[in-house]
Design a protein around this ligand. Structure first.
Ligand code: NAD
Ligand code: GLY
Length: 372
C-alpha cells in the first residue's frame, strides 16, 4: 500500500484496496448516509463488493439502510446537467441531508459527475473517489476538478471540489477493456513528458505484461504512484489552474478538438495521444521544443498501442473550429501548454500557456490530417 499525502487528502494506491473502503470512508468522510454513484458496467463488477465492504468493514455500525446506490448507464453522453439533476433529485427523495457522503465508483465520467453532485448538493458534501479506469486513477480522481458536459462543449459547467480521499485499487483494472487501459496510458505518458521522462521508460517496461496478463494489481502500483505524484505536485502548487496547472493540459488543446471531430469515436486518451504528438510538433515549429521531442512522444504513444495521427478524413479546419469552442483561449487566441523537451515544459514566463496564431496551428493540423 502506498499513500500520497501532498494534497491534504490521502490518495491510497493499494491492490485489493476495495476491501478497505470502510476504513478510509469512516476516517475521511464519516457520515450518516453514504450514496455510491456508479455506472452499469462498473456496478456489475464491483458495486456489491464496495457496498459490502462499507457495511461489513464498518467500525461505526453502518447498516444497509444507510447505504444507497445510484447506477447510471455508462458513457460520456451521460455526463450531463440532466443526469446531475436526476441524481440530485434521487438524493433529495432519499432524504439525504448534509450528513451524507458520496462515493464515486468508476471511471472519469463517474468521478466528474458524482464529484459535481457532491460539489453542489446542499452547497457541498464530501466525495470519496474510487477510480476504476487507469485514466481516472492517474488523472481524473486527483485534483478536485468536477464537471458535466453541455452542448457548448466538454466540462463547460463544473466546480473545484477536492475529494475527501481517493482509493485506487489497481486490481480493478483486470476487468477493464484493453483499449480503455491504453487510453489511460496516454495520461501517464503526458506526466512523463511534463515532468520526468523516466516514467515513459517505466510504461514501456511494463507494457507487455500489462496487456498480456492484466491480473497485475500490485505490479502496477509503482507506475500509478509515480504518475499520481507528478499530478499531485502540480495541483499542490496551483490547485485553481492560475498558472502551473496548465501544464497538465499538454496535448489537450488539439486533443479535445480531435476528440470532438471524431464525434467521440476516439477515446479521450487516444485523442490526447494524437494531440500530444501534434502539439510537440507545433512546439518544434515554433522553435520552443528541441528537435526530436515530437518523434520521441510519437514513439512512446505508438509503443503503448495508441494512435499518433488523426483518423483519415478528419479536416483540419473542423478540428480548429472545435478547438475554438473549448475553454483554452485568452482574448480570442488559442493557448497551448508546450514542451521544451521530454520531461520539461516551456512557458513559465507566460503563465505556462503559450498563445499561438491559428495560421501556425493550422499547418500542423493539416500535416496531421494529411499524414505527412
Ligand atoms: P469512463 O468513465 O467512460 O470509463 C470508460 C469505460 O470503462 C466505461 O464504459 C466504464 O463503464 C468502463 N469501466 C470503468 N471501469 C471499469 C472496470 N474496472 N472494468 C470494466 N469496465 C470499466 O472514461 P474514463 O476514460 O475513465 O474517463 C474519461 C472522463 O474523465 C472524461 O469525461 C474526461 O473529461 C474526464 N477527465 C477528468 C479529469 C479531471 O481532472 N477531473 C481528468 C481527465 C479526464
Ligand atoms: N486533467 C487536467 C487537470 O486536472 O488539470
Amino acid at each position: 500500500m502506498r499513500t500520497i499525502d501532498t494534497l491534504g487528502y490521502p490518495i491510497v494506491v493499494s491492490s485489493g484496496g476495495l476491501a478497505e473502503v470502510a476504513r478510509i470512508v469512516e476516517e475521511r468522510a464519516p457520515s450518516h448516509r453514504y450514496v455510491i454513484i456508479t455506472d452499469d458496467n462498473v456496478a456489475s463488477h464491483y458495486l456489491d463488493h464496495v457496498s459490502a465492504s462499507l457495511i461489513e468493514g464498518s467500525g461505526r455500525g453502518v447498516t444497509s439502510d444507510r447505504v444507497h446506490t445510484v447506477v447510471i448507464p455508462a458513457g460520456e453522453e451521460h455526463k450531463t446537467r440532466e443526469r446531475w439533476s436526476a441524481i440530485t433529485d434521487t438524493l433529495l427523495a432519499y432524504g439525504c441531508g448534509r450528513d451524507t457522503a458520496i462515493i464515486a465508483l468508476g471511471g472519469g465520467v463517474i468521478g466528474d459527475l458524482a464529484g459535481f453532485v457532491a460539489a453542489t448538493y446542499m452547497r457541498g458534501i464530501p466525495v470519496v473517489q474510487i477510480p476504476t479506469t487507469l485514466l481516472a486513477m492517474v488523472d481524473a480522481s486527483v485534483g478536485g476538478k468536477t464537471a458535466v458536459d453541455t452542448p457548448a462543449g466538454k466540462n463547460t459547467v463544473g466546480a473545484f471540489h477536492p475529494p475527501a480521499a481517493v482509493m485506487i485499487d489497481p486490481a480493478t483494472l483486470a476487468s477493464l477493456p484493453a483499449r480503455e487501459l491504453r487510453s489511460g496510458l496516454a495520461e501517464v505518458i503526458k506526466h512523463g513528458v511534463i515532468a520526468d521522462r523516466s516514467v515513459i521508460d517505466e510504461v514501456e517496461a511494463i507494457m507487455p505484461a500489462l496487456l498480456a496478463a492484466r491480473a497485475l494489481g500490485a505490479a502496477l502500483e509503482p507506475m500509478i504512484e509515480r504518475s499520481v505524484r507528478i499530478k499531485a505536485d502540480v495541483v499542490a502548487a496551483d490547485e485553481r489552474e492560475l498558472g502551473l496547472r496548465k501544464v497538465l493540459n499538454f496535448g489537450h488543446t488539439i486533443g479535445h478538438g480531435v476528440e470532438a471531430a471524431s464525434d467521440y469515436v476516439l477515446l479521450h486518451g487516444e485523442a490526447i495521444a494524437i494531440g500530444m504528438v501534434a502539439e510537440a510538433r507545433l512546439a518544434e515549429n515554433l522553435g520552443i521544443a528541441t528537435v526530436g521531442t515530437a518523434a520521441a512522444i510519437e514513439d512512446a504513444v505508438t509503443r503503448a498501442g495508441l494512435p499518433s495521427r488523426a483518423p483519415d478524413g478528419m479536416a483540419a479546419d473542423r478540428v480548429l473550429a472545435l478547438m475554438r469552442s473549448d475553454k483554452k483561449q485568452r482574448r480570442g487566441v488559442l493557448e497551448y501548454s508546450l514542451p521544451k523537451r521530454m520531461g520539461e515544459m516551456a512557458g513559465e514566463s507566460s503563465g505556462w500557456a503559450i498563445a499561438v496564431d491559428d495560421s501556425i496551428a493550422l499547418e500542423v493540423l493539416r500535416a496531421l490530417a494529411n499524414r505527412e
